[in-house]
Ligand binder design. Structure first.
Ligand code: MF3
Ligand code: CO
Ligand code: CO
Length: 291
């Protein structure tokens, strides 16, 4: 690309005034292929107009999670939560991205107690006081996606063990987000999350993780929540990723339901929690887009 060409990022600016210095910095990095250290491709880097579109999807997604805050209570079935979110997102002119994604049948995921993720809402599944539930929602609008999830303690009270898991898992996510820095490796996120999980006596699910998000639901990089700091893709300004640690009280191993092929549970039946935010890597750190 020549200095006066329009920049590859689609900003409309000349390359020399846009991503030329950025490309030189990225190319100049010495990376260790044995540690899977790699550069992001251009399609993983969003310009300001793209970020505005992701933010519009994110505002709707956050509104949908706020709706769950209002609705969730003992006695409600998870299909009612799904229907409410579906209608909310569609009413805003957007699409609940889970619906139809690789054949997934519903608009949200509701993962209760020992369910790690991808629990399918059902009319038969009635929430009880003391259940801990992850509600995971993704929204796409005008071709751009935003993804987030929150934990809920049904009825506001649970066991001390479950409450501590929910609270510490949120802190683990926040530690991961603090570690997500421009020109640093994505592995630093997993190193931060893994260290905090272990300090608290918890295990980290590593079979599933976070991901790039933006023009698609899931893109590279894979965001591990327990790995070596000096590994993986370089994070650069304009990348959008999720941080979404899945933390178990017992062992890290998980099993996928053989009947529905979606529901992921802890192998040992112990409790699991997860929080998720979508973040933008900026020049100086990161910005939360969906929470
Ligand atoms: N929202 C999940 C994530 O955080 C993915 C759910 S895929 C579905 O990546 F098909 F189960 F909805
Ligand atoms: Co999600
Ligand atoms: Co996600």
């Amino acid at each position: 690309m020549k200095r006066n060409d329009p920049c590859w990022c689609g900003s409309g600016k000349k390359y020399k005034k846009c991503h030329l210095d950025f490309d030189e910095r990225l190319e100049g990095l010495k990376l260790d292929i044995n540690k899977n250290q790699i550069r992001p491709t251009h399609e993983l880097i969003y310009n300001a107009q793209d970020v505005e579109k992701i933010k519009r999807a994110a505002v709707i997604n956050t509104g949908a999670l706020d709706l769950i805050d209002e609705l969730i209570k003992p006695g409600i079935d998870t299909l009612s939560l799904d229907t409410a979110v579906h209608d909310y997102i569609v009413g805003k002119g957007a699409h609940p991205s889970c619906l139809g994604f690789e054949g997934y049948p519903k608009s949200i995921c509701t993962s209760i107690n020992n369910v790690v993720c991808h629990g399918i809402p059902s009319a038969d599944e009635i929430l009880k006081a003391g259940d801990i539930v992850n509600v995971d929602i993704t929204t796409d609008l005008d071709g751009f996606f935003a993804d987030a999830s929150r934990m809920y303690i049904v009825g506001g009270k649970t066991t001390p063990e479950a409450q501590r898991l929910v609270e510490v898992t949120r802190e683990i996510m926040e530690a991961g987000i603090r570690a997500a820095q421009p020109w640093h490796l994505v592995g630093e996120i997993g190193a931060a999350c893994g260290a905090m999980a272990r300090e608290n006596g918890y295990s980290v699910v590593t079979l599933l993780g976070g991901h790039g998000v933006g023009r698609q639901f899931h893109t590279p990089p894979f965001v591990s929540h327990d790995c070596e700091a000096d590994t993986g893709m370089i994070l650069v300004p304009g990348m959008v990723i999720t941080v979404e640690p899945m933390i178990n009280i017992g062992a890290k191993e998980v099993v996928t339901d053989a009947d529905d092929n979606w529901t992921v549970r802890t192998e040992d039946g112990t409790l699991s929690a997860q929080w998720e935010k979508t973040i933008l890597i900026t020049e100086t750190g990161n910005e939360v887009l969906a929470y």
